[in-house]
Design a protein around this ligand. Structure first.
Ligand SMILES: C[S@@+](CC[C@H](N)C(=O)[O-])C[C@H]1O[C@@H](n2cnc3c(N)ncnc32)[C@H](O)[C@@H]1O
Length: 267
């Protein structure tokens, strides 16, 4: 479609991210959101409200980090820009539409970065060699100024998907790929839990496929078997209403939102 070509044309991503498929995934997310924006509105609203509740409770308000900015639809951008001196939003790929929107806020900065630190080493990796090992430092070193608030929004379950697909395409077994994916997920959770400021995490917990009659056809943990910290809120995200996958099936995600105050920070 013409609009998708336009979205493609404005994409910013480095060659390693493109090789693993992140540019294509960003256009596909943008396009899916255009088709499903009504069904997604409640989920985006819940995410914005939760993110804002954490930001408003922060005592120090110099810098906020938002991880997984994507289309910026689920971020309370204007409110965060008013609350903090500096808002830094990280994503591995940026669309021109997100860059245009962020420009409206002089203290909002979009940063092209891989929050796992895995993508560049994976693009260099060759079949037969050991897989790179996820490190917590990737998150802490995103910026030289430590944040006063970190929000990871609808990102966690996405982190292992393209890396797992890539290593499977290059001969790693499904079990091997899943264990690699689990290490990426665990690393992000550990790194968030190691931050010394308030942290909010909104993440997919379960995927539930339903029949036309609304009955559960299949259900799986969205985090390769890992559990999230005790959630403060939980809601349903109708991510693929009937017609997106096929005419019989819909897909819902159970989203969980958790927060904590930062390891021994006193912030
Ligand atoms: C489901 S989207 C998040 C939704 C987004 N907040 C929105 O409203 O569009 C997941 C986002 O995570 C980004 N992402 C996936 N893996 C990443 C990584 N390793 N580092 C940084 N961003 C990543 C994707 O590019 C995508 O924009």
């Amino acid at each position: 479609m013409l609009v998708e070509l336009v979205a493609w044309a404005g994409i910013q991503a480095d060659p390693a991210a493109r090789r693993l498929g992140y540019a294509k995934a960003a256009v596909s997310l943008w396009s899916r959101r255009r088709r499903c924006h009504r069904a997604w509105a409640g989920h985006e609203q819940q995410t914005r409200e939760f993110a804002l509740s954490i930001a408003q409770a922060c005592r120090h308000r110099d810098t906020a980090w938002l991880l997984g900015g994507g289309t910026l639809a689920d971020l309370p951008l204007a409110e965060l820009s008013a609350l903090f001196k500096r808002v830094v939003i990280f994503d591995i790929v940026w669309l021109a539409s997100a860059r245009r929107r962020a420009k409206q806020f002089p203290n909002v900065e979009l940063r092209q970065a891989d929050v796992t630190g895995m993508v560049a080493p994976l693009a260099e990796w060759r079949a037969g060699l050991p897989l790179p090992i996820p490190s917590m430092r990737a998150l802490a070193e995103l910026d030289s100024v430590p944040p006063d608030c970190v929000l990871s929004l609808n990102l966690l379950s996405q982190l292992p998907l393209l890396p797992m697909e890539y290593v499977q395409k290059h001969g790693v077994s499904r079990v091997g790929a899943e264990s690699f994916g689990r290490a990426i997920l665990q690393m992000h959770l550990d790194a968030l839990q190691g931050m010394s400021c308030p942290v909010g995490l909104v993440a997919d917990a379960r995927r539930i496929w339903r029949s036309r009659a609304g009955e559960t056809v299949m259900s799986e943990n969205a985090l390769l078997g890992l559990s999230l910290p005790t959630p403060q809120r939980e809601w349903r995200w109708p991510v693929a209403p009937r017609g997106e996958i096929d005419n019989e099936t819909s897909l819902d995600i159970t989203v969980q939102a958790s927060r904590w105050d930062g390891a021994g920070s006193g912030r």
